[in-house]
Design a protein around this ligand. Structure first.
Ligand code: F6R
Length: 364
């Protein structure tokens, strides 16, 4: 049932404040300001390395999580798409944790990678939205997302719920490794707990984003740029555009632009820059100026402070509320989802059932 919404995708985008809150409820103890897991966590203190494997949007959630595992827990992370993982003889030493992320829990490549990691003696953690799925059943450590059924083929609410769980998991691992002070833990609880309200504030920009979509819909190619955790967001933004609007879009690490793709810049290729205020802002903005200096048409997604500082001369801007960098990937998912959605609607494509795609990919 789509409720009042025209498409399942839009309904699911709008559900995010609620389902992220629902998911966080299992991982945050607000009263004593603790991050915990809803299951017996075993002994995470022995974990020496984390191997993250997933496909598509779930892979991009894993890519964001790598920053968190490394930053909070100081544990080395290996990351790959499931369809490549098994074919490169990955090295998995004893004491390793292998983490699989999947909305459906049935993606064939991810499931095969899970079984490979199990055979290599890894502890298997699974972040999954379907508790009865194959991956959920084969997990040692099941970390459920509570996004509810996701019907739209393009993943939206599952992604933000995955990010919420992964942030909590990274904090748990950090604590097990003796790397999380009480103060840091309190701060993490506080920031994550702000995510639902910030998601609501992002959704309130829907009409403004619909306007911006009119500038993207006529394009044949689009570039998405981001740095740090906004780099996987750029990849996710490009994937959403490809999937439902059939526009060729590429996500790039902002600093990589000048190593090649800058040659593509002209005023026919909108360049969407994801740059929340924070430690990486200035660097990303200087990459954005390189694009502008070559006649590129920039759409800047930032917060009010960021837009005030760098928005002049952009073709369009989207100003989100200012959020802590920890939850920025969760909150900035909304504008990239809505942008792809409105571009697709303006182009008249089948938003919920894009051509050639299946909701669950059960062949390798
Ligand atoms: C993107 C999308 C796909 C899935 C991928 C993995 O919008 O829906 O890229 O993310 O097929 O699916 P799961 O998460 O079910 O393993």
């Amino acid at each position: 049932d789509k409720g009042n919404h025209r498409h399942f995708m839009l309904k699911e985008i709008y559900e995010q404040p609620i389902v992220v809150a629902q998911t966080l409820r299992s991982y945050l103890q607000r009263m004593d300001e603790r991050v915990t897991l809803p299951i017996p966590e075993g002994d995470l203190s022995a974990v020496k390395r984390v191997t993250i494997v997933a496909c598509g949007t779930s892979f991009y959630a894993g890519m964001v999580a790598r920053y968190w595992f490394e930053q909070f827990a100081r544990v080395p992370v290996d990351l790959d798409v499931a369809s490549e993982f098994r074919y490169r003889a990955p090295v998995m030493e004893p004491g390793g944790l292998a983490l699989f992320i999947s909305q459906s829990g049935e993606t064939a490549d991810t499931l095969a990678a899970l079984r490979h990691a199990r055979a290599e003696g890894q502890t298997i953690a699974v972040v999954c939205n379907v508790p009865t799925s194959s991956m959920a059943r084969e997990a040692d450590l099941l970390l459920s997302t509570h996004a509810g059924p996701e019907i739209g083929v393009a993943s939206t609410k599952a992604f933000t719920c995955q990010l919420a769980v992964l942030a909590a998991f990274a904090a748990n691992l950090a604590r097990a490794k003796g790397r999380l002070s009480r103060e840091d833990e309190r701060a993490i609880v506080e920031h994550l707990a702000e995510a639902p309200a910030s998601l609501n504030a992002a959704l309130a920009l829907d009409e403004a984003i619909e306007q911006v979509a009119t500038q993207v819909a006529p394009a044949r190619d689009v570039l998405y740029l981001g740095r740090g955790t906004d780099y996987p967001l750029a990849l996710e933004g490009a994937l959403k555009l490809k999937e439902i609007s059939y526009i060729h879009a590429e996500g790039y690490a902002a600093g990589e632009m000048k190593h090649g793709p800058i040659a593509l810049i002209d005023d026919a290729v909108p360049v969407i820059v994801i740059a929340p205020s924070g430690p990486l802002f200035e660097k990303t903005v200087s990459n954005m100026q390189e694009v502008r200096a070559r006649g590129g048409r920039v759409i800047l997604i930032s917060d009010e402070d960021g837009i005030a500082e760098a928005g002049a001369g952009c073709a369009a801007t989207i100003a989100l509320p200012r959020v802590h960098p920890l939850i920025a990937p969760i909150v900035y998912a909304v504008p990239i989802q809505l942008l792809a959605y409105h571009v697709a609607v303006q182009k008249g494509t089948d938003v919920d059932q894009p051509r050639n795609l299946a909701k669950s990919v059960t062949v390798e």
